[in-house]
Every structure is written in structure tokens, then in C-alpha cells.
Write a protein that binds this ligand. Structure first.
Ligand SMILES: [Zn+2]
Length: 257
């Protein structure tokens, strides 16, 4: 298998931006690598949809899946949504297959930190004051054979049933592992959390924020998808594509577009 190559990622992202009238802009640098934001505006006033991938370096199927989705599936959404993406938030880790950044930080626990790592600062700077109809954080779980998703929602319908039905066409869903806390049932993480508190209130009680906790402040609907690292990369890439597609069509229907 080819080693993950960030230059190849950048080249493909530039091609996507050029093909679809978007902008690929470097907003930061981390561990000697440029960090990019991809902006695909769509029609005036279109609802915003955010995708993020690659904050954990040992989860290559997230960034690779995002690339495959953007190359094959993106075009049909551009007349409906304003799509933004952070395609690879930890390029140092991506090239080395390491979860953390060069100074051993888990960037997906640094979203409340001050000062924060460059990738975190970039995400905050580019999303603050905006409102996203939905945000999808793309991950992998290296220890799993099956796919699973986190979905926390204060109100409105969940995307998980449709998403899991679609993912099951590509490969197995996770039925959980011994000792999982919270438990996973047929691909859905059964979050135990007090219903009398908003997501923002719950986040405020936590000392360390993953990206999803930050996203609760800027998005109406946040999901984290985890493709199974023990499956072949092509299966995981198809799962990531299918997840992005299902999330977009769900949001399109939810907004009546
Ligand atoms: Zn992860």
C-alpha cells in the first residue's frame, strides 16, 4: 500500500477547487506543514455544510475518504449548499501514521485550550460567527471491524438510522466490543447524557474539548463518523463517501431544499 503523502492530498485538493470554482487557502502551518481550508460557496445565501478530516494522523481513511467524496460526489451539492472543509488537520501525523502532532498532543482534545495548536486556531478563526446546518467530523477507529457513528442532537430527527442503513451496504456495522463505554449498538454509540442540558452546557462542564464539542457552538447538527481501521482502505473510503452523501441528502430534506 502507498504511504500517505500530503503533497498528493494538496495536489488533489487544488484540482477539486479548480474544477468546482472553489478556493483552497492555506491559513496556518503546523509542524512544518501547511494547513488548508477548502471553500466551495454555492448559491448566494446557501446553507453551510462543514466536513473535517484527519485530525488524528493514524486514521488515513478519513482524509482519503474526503478526497474521494470531493472528486466523485461533490458536484451535485454545489447548487444547494455552501460547502466548507478542513480536509487534513494533522498532516504531520497523516504522513507518519501517528495519532498525535509532533509534540504529542491529541489535537482532538485541544479545542478548549488557550493558547491552542495552529490547527485548532485555524478552525476557530474560520468558523466563528458562522452557522452550519450540519458538521461531519470524519474519523476512523483502528481497533474496530465495524463502522460506528456518534450523534448528539437536542431536537429534530436523527440522521443515524438512514446513515447506518446506507453504510451497511458497504461493510459491517460495529456491534461493540467488550467493555465499550458508552456501548455501541448496531453502529450507533448510545451516549448517556442528561437530557435537561443543552450540548453547549454539557460542553462547558468538560475540561478538554474534541472538535465535536466546539462544533456544537457553530452547527445545528454534529455527527462524528468512525470507519473501521481493520477493514481494507477501499472499504473505509467507500464508507466515508457514503456517510458524507447520506448526511448531505438528510440535511437537504430536513431544510426542505
Ligand atoms: Zn479519530
Amino acid at each position: 500500500m502507498r504511504k500517505p503523502d500530503y503533497d498528493d492530498v494538496i495536489e488533489r485538493l487544488h484540482a477539486v477547487a479548480d474544477d468546482y470554482g472553489g478556493q483552497l487557502t492555506q491559513y496556518a502551518e503546523a509542524d512544518g506543514y501547511p494547513l488548508y481550508h477548502l471553500d466551495l460557496p454555492g448559491p448566494e445565501g446557501a446553507p453551510r455544510f462543514l466536513l473535517s478530516a484527519g485530525i488524528h494522523g493514524e486514521e488515513p481513511g478519513a482524509t482519503t475518504g474526503f478526497l474521494a467524496w470531493s472528486e466523485h460526489d461533490l458536484a451535485k451539492w454545489l447548487h444547494i449548499f455552501h460547502i466548507e472543509a478542513f480536509p487534513c488537520l494533522n498532516p504531520w501525523g497523516f504522513e507518519r501514521g501517528i495519532r498525535y502532532d509532533a509534540v504529542e498532543r491529541d489535537l482532538n482534545r485541544c479545542f478548549k485550550d488557550d493558547p491552542a495548536p495552529p490547527a485548532v486556531q485555524m478552525v476557530r478563526r474560520l468558523t466563528e460567527g458562522k452557522r452550519y446546518a450540519m458538521a461531519v467530523d470524519m474519523h476512523e477507529d483502528c481497533d474496530y471491524y465495524g463502522f460506528y457513528v456518534y450523534e448528539r442532537l437536542e431536537r429534530g430527527p436523527n440522521v443515524a438510522p438512514a446513515l447506518l442503513q446506507r453504510i451497511a451496504l458497504e461493510g459491517p456495522l460495529s456491534y461493540g466490543e467488550e467493555g465499550d463505554e458508552p456501548p455501541i449498538e448496531q453502529g450507533l454509540v448510545r451516549m448517556q447524557w442528561p437530557k435537561d442540558k443543552t450540548l453547549v452546557q454539557l460542553a462547558a462542564e468538560r475540561p478538554k474539548w474534541p472538535l465535536a464539542f466546539y462544533l456544537y457552538h457553530v452547527a445545528d447538527h454534529v455527527i462524528t463518523v468512525e470507519t473501521p481501521g481493520l477493514q481494507p482502505l477501499d472499504v473505509r473510503v467507500r464508507m466515508q463517501r457514503a456517510a458524507a452523501e447520506t448526511a448531505l441528502s438528510f440535511t437537504q430534506r430536513r431544510l426542505g431544499l
